[in-house]
Design a protein around this ligand. Sequence first.
Ligand SMILES: O=c1[nH]c(=O)c2[nH]c(=O)[nH]c2[nH]1
Length: 304
Amino acid sequence: MAHVLGQNQYGKAENRIVRVYRDSTRHEIKDLNVSVALSGDLDDVHLTGSNANCLPTDTTKNTVFAFAKEYGIESAEQFGITLAKHFVDNNEPIHRARIRIEEYTWDRIKTPDNSARFIGSEEVGHSFVRNGGETRTSEIVYDGESVQVISGLKDLVVMNSTNSEFWGYIKDKYTTLQEAYDRILATQVTARWKYGFTGKDDEAQPNWNRSYTHVRRHLLEAFAETYSYSLQQTLHSMGTRVLNNRSEVDEVRLELPNKHHFLVDLEPFGLKNDNEVYYAADRMYGLIEGTVHREGVVPVIPVA
Ligand SMILES: O=c1[nH]c(=O)c2[nH]c(=O)[nH]c2[nH]1
């Protein structure tokens, strides 16, 4: 029986790259994890042993580092678009490039010391502390015609200590969950959002960094401002709020683990637990996932 070579792609994964800008005493850094995946006319590479159509993964790695110097890293998205176009437009057998980037952010260290190395407002120009919060993500795909950009974030941990209820659900003989009229709602947000941008006809790129800042803000504001009857409802308001406020985005996908906080029984100690002491369980957890998109837009963000 004949076998068929199915979907395949290759490239150097997880190129960890730090780009420092030393243009003044106030240095800037970009800290990225870049993964390249190329596909195209690669049957012979797999089937015959001919590498004539193979751009080595080593070269893709070198290109990532060289481009950081040649073009700089204004944003992960812009960097990814430049790389993806380079691989496809300059290598005939390569028909599609997918660049995935994680970005780690660093904050400036402040110190009251006022010696010459310091640059005012107590900031040290060259000292950074890695931001312990979320990771920014992006995925850029170019197929020789159009660009698709999906940006996102992961590990953004949020909590509401009130304004969350959960009741009125299906009950059967296995139900033990008590209805909650004032519970903690906490989650670790993974969000991905797709831009309408296609890169065709010299279309101007959105301001990726600005867009990220605002999408993140709208996600947080929707979480904080929604009086929630379920995490599903909160998910919907988060997605809707991004679409209502950011015209450059046309689809939002959210994965929200319900980080359960269980009231601890303090009765054995003769104490009343008045919604004040919780056990924060890290697993198992409810996992609430959903896409919100503009009417008429065909959703493309893959379900993880
Ligand atoms: O917001 C929630 N949605 C659910 O579907 C669910 N299920 C559950 O046990 N607790 C919760 N909370």
